[in-house]
Design a protein around this ligand. Structure first.
Ligand code: SIN
Length: 289
């Protein structure tokens, strides 16, 4: 699939786009990834759900979302009017649930489906993406259930390269790398973890070098496009990911600091290309290898 530019709003930081559409014309984006959709609505974890860290943000949201049926009925028609590519991010407890979600979304008008194969905020489950076997299983079931392009969003921990190769073998069109890193914050007044679920997912500039390393490795391990995610807050960050081999990037936590950061990154990349007289990203992508 062809995006108008390589900058996508990351799942879980952009809701379904409506709030940001009041701030700027989101049709300038390369695409928007929805909040992770599940078969049934989820209320998410009890507060606190967010905890700021130096250069980062821990979250313990717990996949709060209205469920796939409400998304299809109420959110998708509005998203289709936003003038950019819609990527439905989905999360299941089992490979079969990914299949059911993909089938429900098939033919609905979403442009791609991103399988979120991990979540640091759900106890005991949600780490299919941590292994090649779990990834292959989920991608196989989802691939059989829909014809839309399938992107596979992997956790940054576990056998990431093996999982990516397995996803490619089972017919995934792209690898999104990566989800948040599991982290911990402790309230020194109580001596207890700040989150009810103990761990949270760390995002933001603190993880950028780690995510960049993953993208560098992944883009050599698979031949499908890799979409870089992790602490991207400026056009220079985005460019580093492209130079590491990414075909596109997703901007997440930075949206909370500056809601206008994504259009700023798009403009910065455009100026970079223009100033250097470069027509396409092909000459630059992966140049760091
Ligand atoms: C959440 O809703 O808990 C975040 C989703 C994720 O990290 O996969």
């Amino acid at each position: 699939m062809v995006l108008k530019n390589p900058v996508i709003a990351a799942s879980g930081t952009f809701s379904f786009g409506a709030e940001y559409a009041r701030v700027y014309d989101v049709s300038c984006l390369g695409g928007i990834c929805t909040k992770g959709l599940t078969l049934h609505p989820r209320r998410g974890n009890p507060p606190p759900r967010l905890w700021e860290t130096p250069c980062g943000l821990l979250n313990s949201i717990g996949l709060e979302n209205p469920g796939v049926e409400t998304f299809l009925r109420e959110e998708l028609p509005r998203m289709r009017d936003l003038g950019t590519v819609v990527i439905a991010n989905i999360w299941g407890e089992t490979p079969e649930e990914y299949g059911e979600l993909a089938e429900r979304l098939s033919g609905s008008g979403v442009d791609a489906i991103e399988l979120n194969l991990s979540c640091p905020n759900v106890p005991g489950i949600g780490l299919l993406g941590g292994s090649a076997k779990g990834t292959a299983w989920a991608v196989r079931v989802a691939r059989a259930a829909c014809g839309e392009p399938l992107w596979v969003k992997l956790p940054p921990e576990g056998d990431v390269l093996g999982a990516a190769r397995a996803a490619e073998k089972e017919g995934a069109e792209a690898i999104s790398a990566a989800n948040t890193f599991r982290g911990l914050a402790i309230d020194i007044a109580t001596g207890r973890p700040v989150f009810a679920n103990t761990f949270g997912g760390l995002s933001g500039p603190a993880i950028k070098p780690l995510a960049l390393r993953l993208v560098y490795e992944l883009s050599q391990a698979v031949s499908i496009p890799v979409i870089g995610i992790g602490g991207i807050a400026s056009w220079e960050d985005a460019l580093e990911f492209i130079m590491a081999g990414a075909h596109a990037v997703q901007v997440g936590t930075a949206n909370f600091i500056d809601p206008l950061c994504a259009p700023r990154i798009i403009r910065g990349l455009e100026v970079f290309l223009k100033e250097r007289g470069i027509e396409t990203w092909e000459g630059i992508r992966g140049c760091a290898h």
